[in-house]
Design a binder for this molecule. Structure first.
Ligand code: SAH
Length: 345
């Protein structure tokens, strides 16, 4: 691995020793990169000039630059488009809440999961992001906005469990005491439901929140929205979620995007409540964000309320996701796509 910023501290120690330096230099280097957020070796003043030179030759740092920023006039929500070293574009979002600042990051360039209503998957998967490219989204946003980031959601473009190793390196570094030290409890990872990875994730010994995109109360309906449903049944997903709760003691969040006339009736809510009975969980209802390439329509406010009330009647914890940055809210992945095609100027 030649990507220094993706290395956890113990790996960095090995790399530094191989370069003929003392182990403690790794701690200094780690602190520059992950705590002080300095991305130029030449500014790392407590390292020798020779070592800095050697680092820049052997381990070039990730080159990521901001190419576009959209700021909501309503609530300050900011969407950033970043360009990676190979010219690929990714999207990240900063949301400001009373309890702190939350950043939504991408885990892949594109996505191969094929969910029907999602813009991020329209061109398929281009490549995985490295741990450092995930970290840099948070670091750059903190740097560019001057705001301290306290929460991270891995809910942007991509399927994090389809890039598991980098995801884990990212989580370990971003939560480490010698780094930004973001609390594990303030991090959420969202998956479309890759069952074996839910079991792996449960065993990691982390206190990170797991969010599962369910979007339908039956396999038949789910298959219409999410191709992954052909691979794993709702029953298998829920079994894995029960296991996650037992292992971690943490409740699972279920995301449910409401599409008019598709999955938003009271009967659907009743079926959903039946599935989730007895599971420590929370349902997040998301009014679907229409994308121009598909004709899905957002559920009426009234149906959303009825759906919510039905779940509550069955004692299921439920919230309707507050729409942040309504005025800049191109659907997930849409801005990146428009930018690439020269649509958004
Ligand atoms: N691949 C992961 C994380 C990325 S998507 C996952 O599937 O969970 C984050 C959430 O936004 C998912 O629940 C996804 O289904 C949902 N989503 C994607 N496009 C959407 C849209 N146009 N409207 C509403 N929700 C959407």
């Amino acid at each position: 691995m030649s990507d220094l910023m993706s290395m956890p501290l113990h790996k960095l120690m090995e790399a530094v020793e191989e370069m003929g330096e003392k182990k403690f230099r790794a701690k200094q280097l780690y602190s520059w990169l992950h705590e002080k957020l300095i991305f130029d070796y030449h500014e790392m003043s407590n390292l020798s000039a020779a070592f800095r030179q050697q680092l820049s030759e052997q381990y070039p740092l990730p080159v990521i630059k901001e190419v576009k920023r959209y700021v909501s006039k309503l609530d300050g929500t900011t969407k950033y488009l970043f360009e990676l070293f190979d010219g690929n574009i990714i999207e990240s979002v900063l949301m400001k809440y009373k309890h702190g600042n939350s950043v939504c990051i991408s885990s892949q360039v594109g996505c191969r999961m094929g969910c029907a209503f999602c813009a991020s998957t329209l061109d398929g998967l281009l490549r995985n992001l490295s741990a450092s490219e995930m970290l840099m989204q948070v670091y750059l946003i903190q740097h560019l906005s001057g705001e301290r980031v306290s929460n991270v959601v891995v809910m942007g473009t991509g399927e994090p469990f389809d890039n598991y190793e980098s995801l884990m390196a990212f989580l370990h570094i971003i939560t480490s005491e010698q780094g930004l030290h973001i609390s594990q409890r303030n991090i959420t990872v969202s998956t479309c439901g890759i069952v074996p990875r839910i079991y792996d994730f449960a065993k990691e010994g982390l206190s990170v929140t797991l969010a599962v995109s369910l979007h339908a109360p039956t396999d038949e309906m789910r298959k219409r929205l999410m191709p992954i449903a052909y691979q794993y049944s709702i029953e298998e997903i829920l079994k894995a979620c029960h296991y996650f709760v037992e292992e971690t003691g943490r409740r699972v969040t279920f995301e449910y995007s409401l599409v008019k006339g598709e999955n938003d009736s009271e009967e659907h809510a009743r079926l959903l409540a039946g599935l989730l009975k007895g599971l420590l969980c929370h349902v997040n209802l998301i009014p679907v964000n229409p994308i121009s390439e598909r004709d899905y329509v957002q559920s009426e406010r009234e149906s959303i309320e009825k759906f919510k009330n039905m779940l509550e009647k069955y004692q299921i914890n439920v919230t309707i996701r507050r729409e942040m940055g309504r005025d800049i809210a191109a659907a997930c992945g849409q801005l990146r796509r428009d930018f690439k095609q020269g649509g958004t100027q």
